[in-house]
Design a protein around this ligand. Structure first.
Ligand code: NAD
Length: 420
């Protein structure tokens, strides 16, 4: 794969390492090295003050050999084609690792939704859903929430998509997006699914390592959907959050920060800064906080050659996509820090998205216990396969996770052949 100093460059380096170890078929390597489709659409939106602003949406569809393209949608000022390409490619590996019939895609719009009103965000969402048109579809490419997008945004996308369909097809299309509000066809357990998956994989690791989570300490970077739910679900296991950071700042308290109290505070204040149960620290202090587990749950490229030496935990459990770059990875490995890589650790979201998609297609509604049980089974299987592959190939867990994904994709391509 082509090398670049970029997020997609990180994917290329990770891919090349695994493909070399696996001795991936050279033709299949060529196919997986490229994204299938890259869609860039510019569209105008009328802002509250009456002016027109142009927006650019990216949708990258990396691969659909295993099933329809699937992946989230991000609203963030740093979104660009390189980032979306990387996120789409990680989605292909993720779906393959957890053995669900989806390919990989990702979308993003480069803007800061915090600077827009609710009405403006709704108009951006509806206009870009219309602009994507048949580039998305319930059996073709299925978006879901990611950074700064949520169930409300999925509901607007659904409504816009259905409004443009012929009347007789509308009822059969509610699975065009996942992560919808439960009342609008969403699944129980989807909102917490990624954080739940992070916790299930941490629990598997703890079992293997005979490590007691009761009294264990952890730090979190990013206290949004993934960071909040992971912390909320670690609390009943007796684990103690000692430091946390979001875009407003970082805070710490070695005696513990209650994630539910903090969640309530963030709902009102908009961020963790100023929370009464803790004192302010800076970003480097957050990464350097002594704890058992670090959960990065914000953005890419946080653990790098510069910051990895600060980290003093036993385990990094990647809730975010791509928080560790290859140089950071090498340092963590050298320092004996265990790693639950993103494409395994945060796969709970896409697994429950798959469950939501299935429920919509079958007109079913599953109880939360059923969703959680099925999610657990998927992740325990995937975890076991990654762990065993790491042993078999004497390699690190990220490379092992790639090998699991690449083996599955290689088999499918060998079975199907290449048209014509
Ligand atoms: P979110 O928008 O709900 O939360 C993001 C959090 O990160 C916020 O607390 C924000 O303040 C914080 N943040 C942003 N920039 C930061 C910075 N520079 N420093 C510190 N904190 C910062 O997003 P999310 O859905 O929780 O996604 C977080 C990560 O998890 C992303 O990498 C996303 O791709 C990944 N992920 C999300 C899902 C999902 O289902 N939502 C699934 C898989 C992976």
């Amino acid at each position: 794969m082509e090398k670049k100093s970029s997020v997609y460059g990180n994917v290329c380096r990770q891919f090349d390492k695994a493909a070399d170890i696996l001795q991936l078929n050279p033709d299949i390597r060529k196919i997986l090295s490229k994204t299938n489709n890259e869609i860039i659409v510019n569209f105008p939106v009328k802002m509250d003050n009456g002016s027109i602003q142009m927006f650019t949406v990216y949708r990258v569809q990396h691969n659909n050999a295993l099933g329809p393209f699937k992946g989230g949608l991000r609203y963030h000022q740093a979104v660009d084609i390189d980032e979306v390409r990387a996120l789409a490619t990680w989605m292909t590996w993720k779906s393959a690792i957890v053995n669900i019939p989806f390919g990989g895609a990702k979308g993003g719009i480069q803007f800061d939704p915090c600077k827009c009103s609710k009405g403006e965000i709704e108009r951006v969402t509806r206009r870009f859903t219309f602009a994507l048109g048949s580039n998305i579809g319930p059996e073709y490419d299925i978006p879901a929430p990611d950074v700064n997008t949520n169930a409300q945004i999925m509901a607007w996308m659904l409504d816009t998509y259905l409004s443009t369909m012929p009347a007789h097809e509308r009822q059969a299309c509610s699975h065009v997006v996942t992560g919808k509000p439960v009342e609008a066809g969403g699944s129980l357990g989807r909102e917490k699914a990624t954080g739940q998956g992070v916790v299930f994989t941490i629990q598997e690791w703890a079992k293997d390592e005979k490590f007691d989570l009761k009294g264990a300490t952890y730090t979190v970077q990013g206290f949004g959907n993934v960071g909040y739910w992971a912390s909320h679900l670690l609390k009943p296991l007796g684990a103690i959050m000692v430091a946390v950071e979001d875009v407003t700042g970082a805070i710490a308290n070695e005696k513990g920060i209650d994630p539910d109290d903090l969640g309530e505070y963030v709902k009102k204040s908009g961020g963790v800064k100023g929370f009464g149960q803790a004192h302010a620290i800076d970003h480097k202090q957050l990464l350097g906080t002594k704890a058992d587990i670090l959960i990065p749950a914000a953005l890419e490229n946080q653990i790098t050659a510069e910051t990895a030496p600060l980290i003093k935990v036993k385990l990094v459990a990647e809730g975010a996509n791509g928080p560790t770059d290859p140089d950071g990875d090498a340092i963590l490995q050298k320092n004996g820090i265990a790693m639950l890589p993103d494409i395994l650790c945060n796969a709970g979201g896409v697994v429950v998205s798959y469950f939501e998609w299935l429920q919509n297609k079958r007109s079913e509604f599953w109880e939360l216990e059923e969703v959680d049980q099925k999610l657990l089974r998927k992740l325990v299987n995937a975890y076991g396969r990654v762990r065993d592959t790491a042993k078999q190939y004497k390699t690190d867990w990220r490379t092992a996770a790639y090998i699991v994904a690449l083996q599955r994709l290689e088999t499918v391509y060998k079975d199907r052949g290449i048209f014509p």
